[in-house]
Design a protein around this ligand. Structure first.
Ligand SMILES: Cc1cc2nc3c(=O)[nH]c(=O)nc-3n(C[C@H](O)[C@H](O)[C@H](O)COP(=O)(O)O)c2cc1C
Length: 240
């Protein structure tokens, strides 16, 4: 398929063909494509949970309010944000920086120093939180004053951080759906689910959040709810 054809093919389907299973390799490949999505600072604060066993899938259908797309799905993957893993990912970057410094034989190379500063010093400022929200206030106030002098990424509290990880996770979800489409399978992204139930089923910790659940299968004609309508381009596309 050409890129145009893939974009066209990826339309939400809510009634998948029960006779057409999705080969394991299709999901494996789509998951790999999901991991290659662009994401904030390459921190990869996401997880993809494939409910593979019939028991796990049945529970997920229930958590997705037994909606048609879930009930008829051949496979389901849950996209999860993991803001709480920032320390682990930061360390992963720092380890790579050490290896790269060794490889090029210069621990003081400019690129090494810049990366070490970015992940060593800046990431904690961005992701660290205390229990009272004081760090968020500190970030907002300091960036407000710096912002009077020059452009700066405005500091945020919990809400801003949550938006950030959900943005990246949704891009991974889109990669996943386009990959399924390119391999001839339809999807339906869902936010109609009981997040508490999903988290319990997947044994996710408090810091994890469910971004969306994606149902996969071979779409049927009835599964497409009419033509794909969009508002006029001039309502959403602006050229400045
Ligand atoms: C974040 C998100 C949540 C969605 N939740 C549901 C859902 O719970 N159930 C459903 O049937 N469709 C759901 N959809 C699918 C949208 O209704 C669909 O993408 C939209 O109508 C545009 O149609 P298209 O995907 O065919 O282009 C969701 C889509 C997104 C991106």
């Amino acid at each position: 398929m050409t890129f145009d054809e893939i974009i066209d093919f990826r339309a939400s389907n809510r009634k998948f063909d029960p006779e057409v299973p999705v080969p394991v390799e299709v999901i494996e490949k789509a998951l790999k494509h999901a991991t290659l999505a662009p994401n904030s600072s390459n921190m990869q604060l996401w997880e993809f949970h494939w409910t593979k066993s019939p028991e796990a899938k049945a529970k997920m259908v229930e958590a997705c309010l037994s909606q048609m797309a879930a009930r008829s799905a051949q496979e389901m993957v849950v996209f999860v944000t993991r803001r709480d893993l920032w320390r682990k990912r930061r360390q992963w970057h720092l380890n790579w920086i050490d290896k790269d410094a060794e490889r090029i034989g210069d621990p003081n190379a400019r690129s090494i120093k810049l990366r070490r500063k970015y992940y060593g010093s800046l990431m904690p400022v961005f992701y660290f939180n205390d229990g009272f929200g004081l760090m968020g206030i500190f970030r907002r106030v300091t960036t407000f004053f710096v912002g009077l002098q020059r452009p700066i990424v405005r500091g945020e509290g919990h809400a801003g951080q949550r938006i950030s990880v959900h943005k990246s996770c949704a891009l991974a979800a889109e990669n996943f759906m386009l990959s399924c489409a390119a391999q001839g399978f339809h999807t339906c992204p869902m936010e109609g689910f009981d997040a508490k139930m999903v988290k319990k089923q997947l044994k996710l910790p408090r810091g994890a959040e469910v971004n969306m659940v994606i149902a996969v299968g071979k779409g049927t004609k009835e599964g497409f709810w009419g033509p794909r309508r969009r508002v006029a381009d001039d309502e959403v596309i602006f050229r400045h």
